[in-house]
Every structure is written in C-alpha cells, then in structure tokens.
Design a protein around this ligand. Structure first.
Ligand SMILES: Cc1ncc(COP(=O)(O)O)c(C=O)c1O
Length: 430
C-alpha cells in the first residue's frame, strides 16, 4: 500500500477523486427506439407465445443464452418468483426459507399462496444465504428454498441443490440480479429447479438485462414449466396445446385465468439489453476485480468472497467490501464511508432492511382479513435478536456502484481514496 499521509477531505483537505466519475457507457437508445417503432407501426403490442412476434423471439433468445430447456416471460420479477413458487407446489400452510437479508418482492408471491417465510442467516464472508443454516430450519412444512443471488454474487449451488435433493424440496432461485453468471461452467438458470429473473429498470441503473418492467423464469423441468404456464399465461398463443401433464391438460386457452405476461414494448428494450450483456459483464468484472485487488490489500477491508466454482457478475446493486471496525480502532463503517464520500469516492453503506424486523413479522398481519392468512393465527412473531449473524453483518460493508466503462483516472483515484481514508482514519477519531 502506498503511503498517503494527507488531510482527509472530511477535515478540509483536498479530495482524492477529481476525475469525472460518470459512467461512460451509454445504452443504445436508438436501437430500442427502432424496435419499438416497428412494433407500433405493425400494432404488434400485445400477445406472447409462439407466433406472437418479439416477446417469443426474446424468450427463445434468452432460453438459448442461458441453456435452459424452458423459458417464460412475465410482467415482473416478483411475478416470475410467484410463478416459481406455484411451480414448486407452494400452498397454504407451507413454509419457504429465504434470507433474512432479503427482499419482500422475492417471496411476496409465496405469501399470497398462503405460505410463511422462514428466514435464514447469511454467510458473513459472501453475504449470501448460508446453506448450513437453511438446512437447520427445514421442517415437514418446508416446500421451497429461495436463495437470492444478491448483487450478482452466486450462492453455493452445490450445497443448495444437495439440500434440496436430500429433503425433496425445490430450490426457487431469486436470480433478479444474476443474468449471465455461471456455476461450474454452466449458466445460472440452466440447471437446478427454477430460476426467476427481473427485467426492471433501464440502462446502468437497472437489472443486468432490463426493459423497464418484466420478468423471466427458466427451468428444465417440464412439470414446473407447465405449472408456470398455467399460473401466468392466460391466452398465450397455443397455450392449451402445450399442456401435456394432468391436471393441466384440463386447461384451455384461458389457462388458470391470470395474465402475468410481459409487455412487448418492454421486451423490445430488454432484447436490446440482452445483446450487450456479455460486453457489460466483461467490462464490469474487470472494474470490480481491479478494485477488489487493490482495496483488498488494505487491512480491515475485505472484498466479499465468491465461491471458486462461481463466475459472478455485479451489474446490479454494486459490490461489497466488508468493513472490519476493529482494524480502524472501532471507527464506525458509516463514518468511514462518510470520509470516502467526502474524498469523491462513490460509495455507500451496504444495507437491506432486515426482513424479520418488518412490522408485518414482528406484529403479524391479517393478510386475508378475519384472521385468515399465513401471518396470523399461530404465526410465531419475529423479534430483534432472532438472526444475530444477519443483524451483526448488516451495515458492516461498503457498496461500490457498478461501472461498465469508468474512466481510468477515476478508478485509480477512487482506489487512492480508499487508501487515503484507511491510512488517515485517526483524524476521524482524535
Ligand atoms: C432481489 C430481488 N428479488 C426480486 C425482485 C423483484 O423484481 P421486480 O421488481 O421485477 O418485480 C427484485 C427487484 O428489485 C430484487 O432486487
């Protein structure tokens, strides 16, 4: 590490970062507009399934890209997950296991199917769901495990699939942030039970593939595919002819009456986004690895770990550097980050609201009225202290936003900003 004794910007010194910090990559809006114009001109702005034009083309393109046997588009990532839970057979009285450092949009669909969330602890080195902790929480009611590949870091798929197989429980992967990542040379979503992606957002602030709003499910399990078709695809073209498994063969073109399919105009944007995915992954990986390599040399700052079999991405949500306050005489992470920001480093304290401390779980919630629903009756209320590892981990990491084409001088100065704060942190204590 270079010696960087200098007055911190927070204490009136000069900033470490003076270079332009804006993302240089621009999404190809002209291509999006050309595709959308074509759809508007022909009026092809409804429909899904074979013969329905762009949404089906995109579905096929994504399926081939991932290498899954089946793929379906949905209107959102959260409805993709709901379809995934239905595929897994989740229903009233069941439990699903999902991270305490998680997201209600991940498992809201399971709640509405009548299931209860049971939270699990993170592995403090990867910040992802800890399979050993998941296994301890399995009960006869557990119907699905829903890990989140948070911020593009891949969960321990070998351990999760082994647990799923051992206990005969489906793994419904929340792949909202994971498009294009791999495990053991295979794309996430090409193996396992069901993977559910979000297409929310636009450009660099959006999901790795994004079209404003939208979702995707992939599976190679025919039963799961037919269940998701039935759940979400009212009036998909040719849908009745796709059902081969009883009782889904009873269904006609109205499937089960829910139309949760994607909008063609959004899919036009998503299709253009998919075209640049590999380029963006490669560039962003190089940026992350450069930051991790340099910042990781600073005692007390530890890049979040990635499993050796994983080829992670970090196109959504940035990436995390775990902060060890003991290396900085107990200086809180928030103060360290404040100093980084003052230096011009684009960073923030990592934090997701802890799921178990939401009021609906600490006080219960009458979901269907009259005391019915999964969060009333004998629902055991959660409280602070129930997830000590999640509670201790939360807020103890620094998030760096994703870049695809950052300026070289910005990256160098950003790393120097970390070094400067780490070497001069005592100015924040004395
Ligand atoms: C981890 C995670 N899961 C699920 C979702 C839900 O996706 P959507 O917003 O497309 O419904 C999101 C969206 O932000 C997410 O970040």
């Amino acid at each position: 590490m270079t010696t960087n004794a200098a007055q911190l910007a927070l204490k009136g010194g000069p900033k470490a970062v003076t270079a332009d910090s804006s993302e240089q990559w621009k999404r190809p809006v002209d291509k999006e507009m050309a595709l959308i114009a074509g759809l508007l001109e022909t009026g092809a702005i409804s429909g899904s399934g074979p013969g329905s034009g762009l949404p089906y083309e995109f579905e096929t393109q994504f399926k081939d890209y991932i290498g899954a046997e089946y793929c379906l588009l949905t209107d959102h990532g959260s409805t993709a997950l709901a379809a995934g839970f239905y595929a897994a057979g989740v229903g009233p009285g069941d439990e699903i296991i999902t991270p305490a450092i998680g997201y209600l949009g991940t498992y809201g669909g399971a709640l509405f199917l009548g299931a209860r969330p049971v939270f699990c602890e993170p592995d403090p080195k990867t910040l992802l769901a800890d399979p050993a902790d998941i296994e301890k929480r399995i009960t006869p009611r557990t119907k699905a495990i829903c890990p989140i590949h948070a911020c593009g870091n891949v969960c321990d798929m070998d351990a999760l699939l082994a647990i799923g197989e051992k206990h005969d429980i489906a793994i419904v992967e929340d792949g909202a942030h994971i498009h294009g990542a791999e495990w053991d040379g295979k794309k996430i979503g090409s193996f396992g039970d069901v993977c559910c992606y979000s297409l929310q957002g636009a450009g660099t602030g959006g999901k790795p593939v994004c079209g404003g709003e939208g979702g995707i499910v992939t599976t190679s399990n025919r039963l799961y595919y037919e269940r998701m078709l039935a759940f979400a695809h009212l009036h998909r073209s040719g849908v009745a002819g796709e059902f081969t498994i009883y009782p889904y063969t009873l269904l006609d073109s109205q499937a089960l009456g829910q139309k949760l399919r994607a909008h063609p105009l959004a899919m036009a944007v998503a299709k253009v986004s998919l075209d640049s995915l590999d380029y963006r992954i490669e560039n962003n990986n190089a940026f992350r690895e450069q930051v991790f390599a340099q910042v990781g040399k600073i005692p007390g700052l530890q890049p979040e770990a990635t499993f050796p079999k994983a080829k992670r991405i970090s196109l959504y949500g940035g990436f995390q550097i775990i902060y060890h306050p003991e290396a900085f005489d107990g200086l809180p992470c928030t103060t360290f980050v404040e100093a980084l920001v003052a230096e011009g480093v684009r960073a923030h304290v990592w934090g997701w609201p802890l799921a178990h401390l939401r009021k609906i779980y600490t006080e219960g919630f009458d979901l269907w009225g009259e005391g019915r629903g999964p969060l009333s009756g004998d629902f055991k209320l959660y409280k602070a202290g129930d997830y000590p590892i999640a509670e201790a981990t939360m807020g103890q990491a620094i998030t760096i936003p994703s870049y695809i084409e950052p300026r070289d001088d910005f990256v160098t100065q950003m790393i120097a900003g970390f070094q400067k704060v780490a070497e001069n942190y005592r100015q924040l204590i004395d």
